[in-house]
Design a binder for this molecule. Structure first.
Ligand SMILES: Cc1ncc(C[n+]2csc(CCOP(=O)(O)OP(=O)(O)O)c2C)c(N)n1
Length: 371
């Protein structure tokens, strides 16, 4: 190995040490469900805490049912979410209705809790256009498949909110892999330059399909990438719902006050495969790694915390599970009954004014469909 460079220009060791000190993981609730950071406790009522738990339990059931429906051939594209509930649900819970969500493909739970009806989420999975039609007043874009593209769009949406004088933010999500994309850097840089009210979340679940985060970047944390864009960066325990909630509330307040965007890295883990399209995590993850992360489970630690406060019990949990199962059953039936997608539907929704050459094709299909 080559000798270490003795530089008189920069003390590289000192520089790296200073960076890692600035981006220590923010945590409120530890794995045993104990508050370890009392002074950072967010302002949140017992009823809100229970609602957050309900939503996380509900979402875990939705994930299990979605996987099973996918295996039965009743859903199409599906990216599992179990393990990421604190990161996803607590971050959405910290928003207000007027805020905008620009999700990635794994972030369907956040847009459901922001108002997308469940049957439409199922239609989205089936590739039906109606799954992308947000109801009036549901401020969400449809899930982005192109890795990182939503980061640039978020900078634009946030700048639009600022120009319109709205007291609202735009929040977006990508994975650790997304933080290696050019769009990621362009998005955070632009939003920083214009002090746009944006919140950029990177859900670091450690793998971009099979590529480990260590192979994605030489940076010790993803949060520190905020420095180059001149914005605030924070690394959060993404298995801790209270820490995620507090970090997003904090970022939202800064954004609304005109102090610009925040980059939040949530340290999390997806228990399941990358998507249901044939990924096999046992080929790139060890059982030990999986066990290590499952011991950090957000539902387990939050349940312990709420039980110790005397505001959660088995009955509450079972009620939530039953409700989720009932809603899912109804929603899948509604999705089944929804009119099948026609070729002419795709043409109609794409254009306000259809080009003449497509009009010809449109008429041909219209005639075929009416037979
Ligand atoms: C621009 C682009 N390149 C490649 C892909 C293929 N692809 C789909 S998911 C994925 C990995 C993304 O990993 P990460 O950003 O960590 O998110 P995660 O799926 O772990 O939530 C890749 C490379 C894509 N969809 N878009």
């Amino acid at each position: 190995m080559a000798a270490k460079t003795k530089s008189t220009v920069v003390d590289s060791k000192k520089q790296f040490e200073a960076i890692s000190k600035q981006f220590e993981t923010f945590q409120i609730l530890n794995e045993e469900g104990k508050v370890v950071n009392e002074s950072a406790m967010p302002d949140i009522t017992d009823e809100q805490l229970k609602e957050l738990m309900r939503r996380m339990v509900y979402t875990r059931i939705l994930d299990q049912r979605s996987i099973s429906l996918n295996r039965q051939g009743r859903l199409g594209f599906y990216a599992p979410t179990a393990g990421q509930e604190a990161s996803q649900i607590a971050s959405q819970y910290a928003l207000e209705k007027e805020d905008w969500i620009l999700p990635g493909y794994r972030d369907v739970p956040q847009i459901i809790w922001h108002g997308l009806p469940l049957y439409q989420a199922f239609l989205f999975s089936r590739g039906h256009f109606h799954g992308n039609q947000m109801p009036e007043g549901v401020n969400c874009l449809s899930p982005q498949i192109i890795i990182g593209a939503q980061y640039i769009q978020t900078a634009g949406v946030a700048l639009g909110l600022k120009k319109k004088g709205k007291q609202a933010v735009a929040i977006t999500y990508t994975g650790d892999g997304g933080a290696s994309q050019g769009d990621f850097y362009e998005g955070i840089n632009f939003a920083g330059a214009y002090k746009a009210p944006a919140i950029f979340v990177v859900q670091n679940n450690r793998y971009a399909i099979s590529t480990p985060v260590e192979k994605q970047s030489a940076a010790q944390t993803i949060a520190q990438k905020a420095v180059a864009a001149g914005i605030v960066g924070v690394q959060v325990d993404g298995m801790d719902p209270l820490a995620v909630y507090a970090a997003v509330r904090d970022a939202r307040e800064r954004a609304i006050n005109g102090e610009g965007p925040t980059l939040i890295e949530t340290l999390t883990f997806r228990y399941g495969p990358h998507t249901m399209a044939g990924d096999d995590p046992t080929r790139y993850r060890t059982k030990e790694t999986e066990n290590e992360w499952e011991a950090k489970d957000p539902l387990v630690r939050f349940r312990l915390f709420l039980e110790a406060k005397g505001i959660w019990n088995e009955e509450e949990e079972n009620k939530t599970i039953e409700q989720a199962k009932e809603d899912i059953k109804e929603a899948i039936q509604k999705a089944d009954k929804y009119p099948k997608q026609k070729v002419t539907d795709l043409m109609e929704i794409m254009y306000e004014e259809m080009p003449y050459n497509l009009k010809e094709q449109y008429e041909i299909y219209k005639a075929k469909e009416s037979k």
